[in-house]
Design a protein around this ligand. Structure first.
Ligand code: NAX
Length: 327
C-alpha cells in the first residue's frame, strides 16, 4: 500500500466541493492505488462548517477504501499542513452591484493569506491548483507570497474551458469527442479566453479542414466556449459545479501523468505574446508527476494574435488592480 497523499481543499462545503471530494476519495484524481487524506477547509462561518460536517459524514458513509482520513477545519494553517496538493476552490463570489476591482481585492486578501500559509506549512513537494475566481489572478497572488515553493508549483484551472471546446468541436463535426485532440485554451479563465482551434485535430486532420465553416470557428465557437459559464447560470440558476469538479479532476490527473498534453494556466515568461508574470492558459506537457513544460512553437495567425492580445490585456489589467497588494 502506498503512503497516503494529503489533499487540502478550500471551499470544501461549496457546490464544487460537493462534486469534487467524492471523486478524489474514489481514486479518480490520483489513481486507484493511491490512498488519500482529505484536509477540508471552510470559511469560519457557522453554516459553512455545519455543512462541512454533513459532507464529511457522507464521505464516511461511502466507505471509500482509499480514504484514510478526513480533517475538517476553518483554520487554513491546519488544513494546509503537510499537504501535497492544495486545491483552492473557495473564493468570495461577486455580489450584486459589486465592482470587478472590489472582487479582485477581496479575493486578493484571501489568496495572499493562503499563499503565505501554503508556503509555510505545506509539504516540500506541494502543488497548488486554483479554481476560485478570478482564478488566474488569484493564482498569481498566491504564488507571489511564496518564498520556498517556486512559481511553477502554482497553476490555475482552464481545463473546464478545454473540455467545453473539445465537445463543441465534436458536435459541430458530428464525430465522437475522443477524436478531437490538441484543443488548447490561451489566456484568462473568462469570456476573453481563446480556444486555439487552428491547432486542433479531428480524426488526425486539422480541425479547420474538417470544419470548413471558419466563420463559425472564429465567431460562435469562441463565443460559446467563452460564455458557457454564463449560459449554465442562466439555465440552471447556479454556476457550473459538477463539470468544474470534473475539470479539476482532469487538471490534476493530467498533471500527475507524465506525457499528458493539456491546457493549464501557468506563469508566463513572455511566450505566445503574454506579459511576463501573468498566469495565462497555454499548452503544457507533463514531464514528471506534478511538473510540466510549456509547449512552445505553435504558430499564431493574425486572428489568434488579436484574441491573445485581448485576453492578455485583461490579465494585465487584473494584475494592475492588485499591484499594491502583492508588492
Ligand atoms: P460556492 O459558493 O458554492 O462555494 C464556495 C465555498 O467556499 C463556500 O462554501 C464558502 O464558504 C467557501 N469559502 C469562501 N471563502 C473561503 C475561504 N477564505 N477559505 C475557505 N473556504 C472559503 O461556490 P462554487 O460553485 O463551489 O465555486 C467556487 C469557485 O469556483 C467560485 O469562485 C467560482 O467562481 C469558481 N469557478 C471556477 C471555475 C474555473 O473553471 N476556474 C469554473 C466553476 C466556478 O465558477
Amino acid at each position: 500500500m502506498k503512503t497516503p497523499i494529503r489533499v487540502a481543499v478550500t471551499g470544501a462545503a461549496g457546490q464544487i466541493g460537493y462534486s469534487l471530494l467524492f471523486r478524489i476519495a474514489s481514486g479518480a484524481m490520483f489513481g486507484p492505488d493511491q490512498p488519500v487524506i482529505l484536509q477540508l477547509i471552510e470559511a469560519p462561518i457557522e453554516k459553512a462548517l455545519k455543512a462541512l460536517e454533513g459532507v464529511a459524514m457522507e464521505l464516511d458513509d461511502c466507505a471509500f477504501p482509499l480514504l484514510k482520513g478526513v480533517v475538517q477545519t476553518s483554520d487554513p494553517a491546519v488544513g494546509f499542513k503537510d499537504a501535497n496538493w492544495c486545491l483552492l476552490v473557495g473564493a468570495k463570489p461577486r455580489g450584486p452591484g459589486m465592482e470587478r476591482a472590489d472582487l479582485l481585492k477581496d479575493n486578493g486578501t484571501i489568496f495572499i493569506g493562503q499563499g503565505r500559509l501554503i508556503d509555510a506549512v505545506a509539504a516540500a513537494d506541494a502543488r497548488v491548483a486554483v479554481v476560485g475566481n478570478p482564478a488566474n489572478t488569484n493564482c498569481m497572488i498566491a504564488a507571489s507570497q511564496a518564498k520556498r515553493l517556486t512559481p511553477d508549483r502554482f497553476t490555475a484551472m482552464v481545463r473546464l474551458d478545454q473540455n467545453r471546446a473539445q465537445t463543441q468541436l465534436a458536435k459541430k463535426a458530428g464525430v465522437d469527442l475522443t477524436t478531437v485532440k490538441d484543443i488548447f485554451i490561451y489566456g484568462n479563465h473568462s469570456p476573453s479566453m481563446f480556444p486555439a482551434f487552428a491547432h486542433a485535430t479531428i480524426g488526425g486532420r486539422p480541425a479547420t479542414d474538417v470544419i470548413t465553416d471558419h466563420a463559425w470557428l472564429q465567431g460562435p465557437f469562441c463565443e460559446t466556449v467563452g460564455k458557457r459559464g454564463g449560459a449554465i447560470i442562466a439555465a440552471r440558476g447556479l454556476s457550473s459545479a459538477a463539470s468544474a469538479a470534473n475539470a479539476l479532476v482532469d487538471h490534476v490527473r493530467s498533471l500527475v501523468t507524465p506525457g499528458t498534453i493539456h491546457s493549464v494556466a501557468v506563469k508566463s515568461d513572455g511566450r505566445y505574446g503574454f506579459d511576463a508574470n501573468v498566469w495565462a492558459g497555454m499548452p503544457v506537457r507533463t514531464t514528471t508527476p506534478g511538473s510540466y513544460e510549456v509547449i512552445t512553437g505553435y504558430a499564431m495567425d493574425d486572428f489568434a494574435k488579436s484574441k491573445i492580445a485581448a485576453t492578455n490585456k485583461e490579465l494585465v489589467d487584473e494584475r494592475a488592480f492588485v499591484a499594491e497588494m502583492i508588492k
